[in-house]
Design a protein around this ligand. Structure first.
Ligand code: ADP
Ligand code: MG
Length: 255
């Protein structure tokens, strides 16, 4: 495994937004991820790439506490992940969501605010305004009342990005938000993310299109059950690392 820091800058950048140590995750018998060590850099656009079944979704679900970690640890801004998870917004893979759920776009975005409100405070006109503003940022202000099941795939994805925006997090974890979306959605999401990064946020995205990795991202994590490489695009996004990442079966023996 090869990891380059690519970090320079102020003291606050010295604590990694997400630090993963010796993390393994086994769902049944075979490990989905094996012995991962990784420090995500602050204030960058980071792509996670690897073949189907490589453990990309598992990696970000582990950070969110959505799958149990079999061994190792995850820290968010220097603390055990559960203590700082409110600093992370998560956009799940679109296919994993039940779109028949009877709710409109504005409600979905407003749900992003519940964590901040706490259990006992109800949404109010202020939270509705924040939610409307976030829908506007993804170009969907005219769709606030639309049932989510009636939106196109790209619009659904933008609603989820708007929900993440409403959370006002420091770190944005997104699982293939550009997969199968229309050109307008892709441009909108990329421009929203570019603005977030300008504002000092950290963005980590599972990305499937190898042709756009060097165009869109600063940093790349290459995974296939093992961590193959992680670092600035120029240093680690190389043919040799791509070959190693996309080889058929990787397993525990690789260090
Ligand atoms: P990727 O996102 O890179 O395609 P995943 O993280 O979804 O990969 O899956 C990694 C491996 O773990 C795959 O072999 C997948 O079949 C398996 N897996 C994922 N989720 C579960 C689950 N909930 N139960 C059992 N196996 C799972
Ligand atoms: Mg996945």
């Amino acid at each position: 495994m090869e990891q380059k820091s690519g970090n320079q800058g102020s003291a606050e950048d010295k604590i990694s937004p997400i630090m993963i140590r010796n993390m393994s995750i086994t769902y049944r018998t075979e490990p989905a991820l094996w012995n991962i060590d990784l420090d995500f850099p602050a204030r960058k656009m980071v792509a996670i790439i690897g073949p189907n079944g490589a453990g990309k979704s598992t990696l970000i679900k582990a950070v969110m506490g959505l799958v149990p970690i079999t061994a190792g640890k995850v820290h968010i801004y220097g603390k055990p992940s559960h203590k700082n998870r409110d600093k992370v917004a998560y956009v799940p893979q679109r296919g994993s969501v039940d779109w028949d759920f009877p709710t409109d776009a504005l409600d979905v975005v407003e749900m992003g605010l519940y964590g901040k409100l706490g259990w006992f405070r109800r949404p109010n006109s202020k939270t509705r305004n924040v939610a409307r503003e976030c829908l506007d940022r993804v170009g969907l202000s005219d769709y606030a009342d639309r049932q989510i099941g009636q939106l196109s795939g790209g619009q659904q994805q933008r609603v989820f990005v708007a929900r993440a925006l409403a959370q006002d997090a420091q770190i944005y974890l997104m699982d293939e938000p550009l997969n199968g979306v229309d050109a307008t959605t892709e441009e909108t999401i990329l421009s929203v993310l570019a603005n977030l990064r300008k504002g000092g946020k950290t963005i980590v995205m599972v990305h499937h299109d190898l042709r756009t990795v060097d165009k869109y991202f600063d940093w790349v994590v290459m995974v296939n059950r093992n961590l193959i490489a992680a670092g600035p695009i120029k240093e680690v996004f190389t043919k040799i690392n791509l070959d190693r990442t996309y080889q058929e079966k990787r397993c525990m023996s690789i260090q």
